[in-house]
Every structure is written in C-alpha cells, then in structure tokens.
Design a protein around this ligand. Structure first.
Ligand code: ADP
Ligand code: ZN
Length: 729
C-alpha cells in the first residue's frame, strides 16, 4: 500500500530510503517512493518514526525504472519495490556479518617489547604475531582460544586497539576451485568482432547519444568474446558492467568464461545465483551498492542490481523466454534492461543467434542499431543440416515410426567409430508422454489439471508436469479394465533404452530435469562429456543453451515438430529458435558438423529456414504473418486470466470484466472473447482467459488497471493481467 507520512524536523529522508512508520497500531518498515510538498486535507498525517538508511537503497534511476514497470505492466508499485529490494535487503532480519579484530595501535618500542617478553610472554607473543600480520591486524578468532584476557591487557596498555570489521559471506568460498578457472587472456578479434566491439565501446563512451544494440551473431561467431572485451574496457573506464543470462545454472560455460577472464579481480565479480543464502544475498547486494563488485552476472532479476556508475548492460540470448517473469511484476528482463539503460544512461547490447522478432523489428524501425557476426570464428562453416521425413521412415518400418531413423542411426555409428561425439535432442522429458488404453482410448489424466500424466520409468510412477501430482501406474485400464494399457510417445528415458540396444558399446548420459536433480549433476555430466568419458549426450531444452564442445560433430533432433502445434502465435518462432540453437552445438571444433532433423512436417517454414541457418528469411515470412493479424511486434498482446475452484464463478468474473472493459474502450485496443484457457484446469482451479491486443501498451495497461480497480472480485477468484504475455496456456 502507498501512504503519506510527514517528515520530522531535521530528518534527511530521500526517495529510496527505508523508514520505520506507524501503521495502524503497530510500526512497520516501508520504502520512501517520493518526497513532496505537504498534502492539504482534513486528515491527520502521521510522522515517520525512524530513518533506516542514511543513503537511499534504491537509486533514483532504479526508482524511475520501477515506476515505469508499474505503469507499463499494470501492477502495484509494492510488487515492484519487492523486486527492486530483495527480501534479504528489505527486511531487518539480515545484517552485515562482523568479526572482532585486534589492531596494533602504533609502533611498539624495542624497550617495551623486551619488557613484555620478560614479564608477559603471552602478550609478547600476540604483539609479535600482529607485527607480522598485514596492516598489523588479525581476527580474534585467528589468535586462538584464551586470547581474550591477553588482548584486554594489551588494550588497557594502549598497545592494541579492538575493532569490528565486516566479513563477506562469500558464496564461492566453499566451492572447490575449478581447474578450468585460470585467468584467460583476450583473444585477437577478427574484423567483424573488432567492428562490433568498436561500436559497443562508442555506445559506452557516449551512452546518451547511442541506441540499444542488437548483436546478431550465428552460434560460434564469437559474441561472448566481444562481450568479454567490451566489459573489460568499460571496467577500465571506471564503469560497472551488468551481464544478464537466461538462467545461471543453464549457462555454466558463459558464467565460467566471465569468471575466468576476470579472475584477477575476483572480489569485484558478483554472480547472483538463485540459491544464495539470505546472508550471502545481503552481502552481495551491499557489495554491489557500494561499488565494490563492479561486474554482476545474473538472471532476469539481476537487472535491478544497484550498480553505481553503470556503463554497460549485456543481455545474452536475448530471445529466451526465461527473461519474462511469470509472477508479479510480470516484467521482461530484456525490455527493462533497455529501459534502465536509457534512464542511466548506459550502453546496452542484446545478443543472440536467433533474436526475438520484437528486437529484430526494432532494428528495422531504427530504434535499435544492428551489428552482425555472420561467420563462425576462424571461418568454420555452419553445420550441414539434413531433414529426415519421418512419415517415410514410418512406411519403411511398416507403419511404426522408429525413434531413431536410419540416417541418424548410421550417423551415430560413424561418430562412434571415429571417436567423435554426438548430442541427441528431444523436446520432452520423462519416459513416455502418457498412458493410453488401446481398447477404450482412456488416457491417465491428472485429477487437478487438464493434462495427461507422464510416465517415469526409473521410479515407476505417473507424474503431472504442471502441479507435480504423482500416481501409481495402473495394471489395468482404470476405465475399461483392459490390461493392455500402453505408452504413447516417448521421452529421454526411452531414447536411452533404445540406444542401449542399438549401440551397446556407446557410453551415454541423459540431461533433463529428472536426471539433474542432484546438486552439481549438470556440471559433472558436462565435464564428463567434455573430457570424452561420454560419447552421446541425450537431452531436453537444458542442452540447447550456450554449450560449446569442440568434439561434437553430430546433433540429432528427434522430434522437431513438437511445439509447432501449440495454440500460440509464437510456436513457429520458438521452434525456429530451438532448432537453430541446438544445431549450433554441432561442429564447433576442427571437424565439420552435421545435424539430422527428424520431423513429420518437413516443409514447415520453421524447419526449412533453420535448415539453411536463414534468420533473415524466417523473420521476413514470420513478420508478414504477424502483421496480417496484428500480433507482436505489430502491437502488443496481453492476457487477462481468471481462475477459481468454481468454474462458473471464474467464467462469470471474466465476463463481467469483459463488459466493463468494453465501456469507454480507448482507441487501438482489441478485446478478444472470454474462453476457457488452453490449460483449462491447473492445480485444481478452472481457468478462463481473455486475450487483448493494443497498439499502445500503456493505454491498455491503464485501462485494465482502472477497470480492475473499481471492480470488486469474488474472494475465491484470482485475476491475473499479463502484459506482453509470452505464455498463452
Ligand atoms: P558465441 O558466443 O557467438 O557462440 P563464442 O564467443 O563462444 O561464440 O566463440 C566460439 C569459440 O571461438 C570460443 O571457443 C571462443 O573462445 C573462440 N573465439 C572467439 N573469438 C575468437 C577469436 N577472435 N579468435 C580465436 N578464437 C575465438
Ligand atoms: Zn496436475
């Protein structure tokens, strides 16, 4: 909630500071959003009790960014403040960790030393230790048990001074040194990289006169090297750098390369993992705020890292969906990065081999500058892509389509013989998608969500991938009692089983959310693959991102169509991105790479354009479709969802909102119909949705906010507004 308070005489309250204020009969912590002239009114304004921060925790620029987010995404400013100030910093539960240190108060005369040596040998020993220590200071803990009375005596004699100092809870301290994490030196850039770097540096030098930069570079074109050198130069200019990645745990190689390049200034690097403890988060945040950590690497929420003197924001894999936050405030990390860069001002670079059509369109409109790296480093060619028509394979195999087509199987065998490695990509986890009865057609469904349960072989259970519900595998069809209930579709576990039969000598491993539950499992498997203790890596989406293995010469994509038939206008774009990114994992060493794509729809544009590595061609035809229907980037698309345990009430609430939205509808807004959401039921709740389109985002958000503000919703109905929605399920 937002309230007004009076500032007591002499209290230096500024926007972005936390304050203790009276709230009803208690007192509470709050964050100052703005300081203004006293409001006139016939109500009494209470006074702030205490100022918690002498300096604002939220910088003016971030506060402005936050206000923009609230307005643009139509959400409460409180939700935004919670993102700007992580809980570890906002509440009073955490504080800096301190330790007691003993410091020599000055030089100790020889005479005094001799006296101590004779009369107080323990005091003498401590003084000698302190003289040998850096800056003449040592932590009390390091002086060992029983040092307290000795120190007290020395303090009394004026020889030693006691202080307390902050210690950092270093999230990396416990981590065993990574053998690869030796400092790396900058490479000599090729001409295209040099041009890109120069442009980025120009934007760093003159941010106010520069546009955001889209760096479109094919996989393996050396984008990361450009990021690294740009970051280094910005740091040398005394500026700080923010690096956003789609997800820390899924981009270990990128994070490692940054850490390695800046190993010499390790204390100035902060990696914002989602699994930091509250204490570590508190420390990292304050290290950033104080300007000690000058290079920050993190996922979406790191866009709010309070770096002073920000000079450069790098958004790696800018097309990734994970940049969109799926609970309030539902901001897009990339878009917020662009906005923050304009407010700071600082340079911002969005990089990808398959940019989002939104960013691409912005270069066409001249809002962003475009930089391209069209060639792989060292002139390596892009991998050869072969499309295998699975309909023909099915005919060859008497109607049953095999998991591995003949060309893919032959390819894998060849690689094994030559001692090269392969990656098999499958857009699905678990063993088989669902359990279906061949007699009556019954499919085992989650009782709480409108989705089929997925069969997991390792622990013989059925799992709902929406809510996590688990069930035992039935021996007979629950519907018609037929015992012939069978498995439909296949998953990574099934692929593993088929491989074991076809290629008994191959060593393989699986990377998917199920296999990677154990801590460090992902890192260990990737390391084993890198050192060639594994021949074939089988994986889901988790292996599509930024991995680089020189010895991989074959990538097989088992079911390229999956995802193409989703009820989502971005389905084609996502499939193109995924195929292109996965294909980019092949042939990143000296040997040319090959990609085999298995599909039932070989002629779909997503497959054909990705086959030719043709982003321009794909975007041209895809944009034409979007333009015809007024979909993004030609306008904005938002979703209003209502959910409830009561089906009718959810539907009725959304219909009421629909009616109210229709009144005084601002120009340029198109209202859809109230329909059941594609995922009609989730976590036991019924879901209805209304898709809205608009030429101007803020006009739409404000209209929706206004209507929601004057509509009282039934208690058991939750309504969610998602501006620039990426998910329509
Ligand atoms: P991208 O981020 O575009 O996929 P990377 O920056 O990961 O590309 O580069 C691919 C590989 O090429 C990496 O192993 C990298 O070390 C190497 N590389 C990048 N730039 C150069 C260069 N100028 N000279 C030699 N090798 C380079
Ligand atoms: Zn469920």
């Amino acid at each position: 909630m937002v309230f007004d308070y009076a500032i007591p005489e002499g209290m230096d309250v500024r926007a972005g500071c936390r304050v203790r204020v009276p709230l009803r009969r208690k007192s509470a912590l709050g964050t100052v959003l703005a300081v203004g002239e006293p409001v006139q009114g016939d109500f009494a304004i209470r006074e702030i009790e205490e100022l918690m921060d002498p300096e604002p925790l939220i910088t003016a620029c971030l506060l402005r960014t936050g206000e923009w987010i609230a307005d643009y995404y139509g959400c409460n400013i409180e939700a935004v403040v919670r993102s700007l100030l992580p809980e570890a910093v906002r509440t009073e539960e955490n504080s800096a960790k301190t330790r007691r240190v003993a410091v020599l108060a000055g030089t100790v005369e020889e005479e005094m030393l001799a006296k101590l040596a004779k009369r107080a040998p323990r005091q003498h020993a401590v003084v000698v230790l302190l003289q040998g220590a850096e800056d003449g200071r040592l932590a009390v803990a390091e002086l060992g048990d029983g040092s307290a009375p000795v120190l007290k005596a020395l303090e009394k004699a004026g020889i030693v001074r006691m202080e307390s100092e902050e210690v950092r809870r270093d999230p990396d301290a416990a981590e065993d040194e990574d053998p690869e994490e030796v400092e790396s030196t900058p490479l000599v850039l090729n001409p295209a990289q040099a041009v890109a770097l120069e442009q980025v540096l120009r934007a760093v030098a003159e941010p106010a006169a520069s546009k955001p930069i889209l760096l479109l570079g094919v996989t393996g074109s050396g984008k990361t090297e450009v990021y690294l050198q740009a970051a280094q130069r910005a740091l040398e200019l005394g500026k700080s750098v923010l690096v956003l990645v789609p997800e820390i745990s899924l981009t270990p190689q990128t994070v490692r390369r940054f850490k390695a390049r800046f190993a010499a200034m390790r204390d100035q690097v902060a990696v914002l993992h989602s699994h930091l403890s509250q204490g570590e988060r508190f420390d990292e945040w304050h290290r950033i705020r104080k300007g000690i950590a000058r290079i920050v690497i993190g996922a979406r929420s790191a866009v709010f890292a309070p770096l002073p003197e920000l000079g450069l924001i790098l958004v790696d894999e800018e097309h990734e969906n994970t940049y969109k936050q799926e609970n309030p405030p539902r901001y897009h990390g990339r878009d917020v990065a662009v906005l923050r860069a304009a407010f700071e001002p600082c340079a911002v670079v969005l990089g990808s081999a398959t940019p989002s059509l939104e960013s691409w369109h912005n270069t066409q409109l001249g809002k962003y500058d475009l930089l391209r790296l069209d060639e792989r480093v060292d002139g390596q060619s892009m991998p050869m892509v072969r499309v295998v028509d699975m309909r023909l394979e099915a005919t060859k195999h008497k109607g049953a389509s095999p998991i591995l087509s003949d060309p893919l199987r032959t390819g894998l065998e060849q690689r094994l013989e030559r001692g090269e490695q392969s990656i098999l990509f499958l857009n699905r986890r678990g063993f088989a998608r669902s359990l279906q009865c061949p007699a009556c057609g019954h499919v085992c469904q989650c009782p709480h969500c409108a989705v089929a349960l997925t069969y997991h072989r390792t622990d013989e259970r059925l799992v709902c991938h929406v809510c996590g519900h688990q069930a035992v595998v039935p021996r007979k069809c629950p519907e018609c009692r037929d015992p012939a209930i069978i498995l439909q579709g296949y998953g990574t576990q099934k692929v593993e089983e088929v491989l074991a039969k076809l290629l008994p000598k191959a060593k393989f491993a699986r990377i998917d959310a199920d296999a990677m539950r154990r801590k460090h499992a992902l890192r260990d498997t990737l390391n084993a693959f890198k050192s060639h203790r594994i021949d074939i890596l089988i994986g889901t989406q988790m292996i599509a991102k930024g991995l680089h293995f020189p010895n991989v010469t074959l990538v097989g994509i088992l079911n390229a169509d999956l995802g193409l038939h989703m009820p989502d206008f971005r389905a084609g774009e996502r499939t193109f991105q995924l195929l292109t990114q996965v294909a980019g994992r092949a042939g990143r060493g000296d040997v040319e790479g090959e990609v085999i794509v298995q599909t039932f729809t070989p002629h779909s544009p997503s497959i054909q354009f990705s086959r030719r590595h043709d982003f321009d061609g794909f975007s041209e035809q895809e944009l034409e479709c979007r333009r015809q229907f007024g979909f993004p980037p030609y306008g904005h698309c938002a979703v209003l969802t209502a959910r409830s345990n009561h089906e009718r009430r959810a539907e009725f609430t959304l219909q009421t909102l629909h009616l109210r939205l229709k009144e005084n509808l601002p120009e340029g807004i198109m209202l859809g119909e109230v329909l059941p959401a594609p995922l009609t039921r989730s976590h036991g709740q019924f879901r209805f949705q209304l898709v809205l389109r608009a030429t101007r985002a803020r006009a739409l958000s404000r209209h929706v906010q206004a209507v929601l503000g004057r509509t009282s919703l039934p208690e058991d109905v939750t309504v969610v507004f998602d501006m620039d929605a990426l998910s329509f399920s």
